[in-house]
Design a protein around this ligand. Structure first.
Ligand code: BES
Ligand code: MN
Ligand code: MN
Length: 461
């Protein structure tokens, strides 16, 4: 039986099982969901066991558990290590969902006429993790698994993978493999397959600006005492210039210029700017001068305020000159920039530009390195061949703007390259209300993954 036939024969069950997985509220950021995280890890463990892996366990960490499983056919054969995450982003703002984020519903959309499953984590990353479990189930049941497989599914990707970083350092022997296979990225469109060959790095900081030692009457003091919100907004505004370049001294030092030839190659990927603007409801795009929209999200860094607060934000008007103002700021980095260096640079710069009238405190959150994946190696070729067969057209290598910091550590700590074999779409609303995953994409993944194993093992011989 082919993997395509397997999907056709089991469609209903494949959707029903994913639905059960998505009902579990595995929000890693919120301590209120601690026990639900454990239940979700147990669900993943049981799914691996049902798929037929020979060894499986829940690995406790200082945070949420990691689920590990393996099926070793023959130690002389290659080993694929599947990585993914069962944790999801918080569902907020809940009132913007058309249905309960943890009670999946299936509905067709314009892009997914055959239906999409709506739930938090549907695409990022439960739906994509589950494709791998089902693909391995198919291969074990049909005796077509050509090599060894290991699974490492974590519960802290959305909060920075700190404990996974420790786990891989302590378990490098257990994790011995030839390649890492990850589905946690997207393709260009359902008729334009692509394989991600670059991820951006990240530095995430929180800033606090303090003015007077208490909230003041904005009439009595307004005009004489620095308002921390006024100051903070000016400081933030100064972090980018009129060409949307980031002004931190030294920020671009390690940004590698991409050759004109490579830029021309990347520019071949289909992209419709009008459709992009229309989808987002914007009249114009904005970004660093001299670069295209795709370049701005892939080969160039970006600085964004993710949240800003302070003062009075309730109903009506309260006249107040606040004592404090806050913001959360992210910097998306390109592969050669070191996130710790950039974080230090930010702290120093932000302190340096603060006027005497306020004090500032910068608290770094998580971060991580970006990564680039070559296309001229066996695993990429195997992935491309698998996609070409199931989509009927060759996948395009693309760089993504998102971050999966553990990918760089896999290379650094385990010496392993990754194949970013994602099947989602950028329009699937990951991290947003109404996240969904196309059934076409889910089924296509289950159909395609076994072919990767086949071609990879053949190329390794
Ligand atoms: N799966 C995403 C990353 C992603 C999204 C890659 C789209 C490519 C395309 C991942 O779960 C994620 O959200 N990562 C975070 C970083 C993390 C350190 C919190 C991100 O990119 O914001
Ligand atoms: Mn993800
Ligand atoms: Mn995510």
């Amino acid at each position: 039986m082919t993997s395509k036939q397997f999907v056709t024969d089991h469609k209903e069950r494949l959707v029903a099982e994913l639905t059960s997985f998505l009902k579990l509220k595995s929000v890693s950021a919120d301590p209120a969901y601690l026990s639900e995280m454990r239940l979700t890890a147990a669900f993943v463990l049981k799914s691996l066991q049902d798929a037929g892996v020979s060894t499986s366990e829940i690995c406790d960490t200082a945070g949420h558990p990691i689920v590990y499983g393996e099926y070793i056919k023959d130690v002389s054969l290659p080993t694929v290590l599947v990585y993914g995450h069962y944790d999801v982003q918080p569902a907020d703002p809940i009132e913007l969902w058309d249905s309960d984020p943890f009670d999946p519903v299936i509905k067709p959309t314009e892009i997914h006429p055959e239906g999409a499953i709506f739930a938090r984590g549907a695409c990022d990353d439960k739906g994509q993790v589950y494709m791998h479990i089902k693909a391995v189930e198919y291969m074990i049941a049909n005796d077509t698994l050509p090599c060894n497989v290991k699974f490492m599914i974590e519960g802290e990707e959305e909060v920075g993978s700190t404990n996974l970083a420790i786990f891989i350092k302590e378990n490098s022997a257990k994790l011995k493999a030839d390649i890492i296979l990850v589905s946690d990225t997207s393709i260009i469109a359902n008729d334009i397959p692509s394989i991600t060959v670059g991820l951006r790095g990240l530095s995430y900081v929180e800033v606090e600006v303090t003015g007077p030692n208490r909230d003041l009457h904005s009439g009595v003091y307004g005009g004489t005492v620095a308002n921390p919100i006024n100051v903070l907004t000016k400081m933030i505004a100064s972090l980018t210039d009129e060409n949307e370049r980031i002004t931190l001294p030294g920020f671009y030092d390690n940004v590698k210029d991409v050759s004109e030839e490579d830029r021309a190659e990347m520019d071949k990927a289909p992209f419709d700017l009008d459709a992009y603007k229309q989808d987002l409801g914007i009249a114009a795009v904005s970004g660093e001068l001299g670069y295209t929209t795709n370049e701005r999200t892939s080969i160039r860094p970006a600085l964004d305020v993710n949240g800003i607060w302070g003062g009075y934000t309730g109903e009506g008007a309260k006249t107040v000159l606040p004592s404090k103002a806050y913001a959360k700021i992210s910097m998306r980095l390109v592969p050669n920039q070191d996130w710790k260096t950039i974080t230090d640079l930010f702290v120093k710069h932000f302190e340096a530009i603060a006027p005497k009238s306020v004090s500032v405190k910068v608290t770094p959150h998580h971060g991580g390195q970006g990564s680039v994946v070559e296309t001229n190696f066996d695993a990429y070729q195997a992935a491309a061949k698998a996609m070409e067969e199931t989509f009927g057209t060759k996948p395009i290598p693309t760089r993504s703007g998102g971050s999966i910091p553990i990918i760089a550590l896999f290379e650094e700590v385990l010496g392993l390259k990754s194949v970013l074999f994602g099947f989602g779409l950028n329009s699937d609303l990951i991290h947003s209300p109404n996240e969904h995953y196309g059934l076409f994409n889910y089924f296509k993944g289950i159909e395609t993954i076994p072919l990767f194993y086949k071609y990879y093992t053949e190329l390794k011989k």
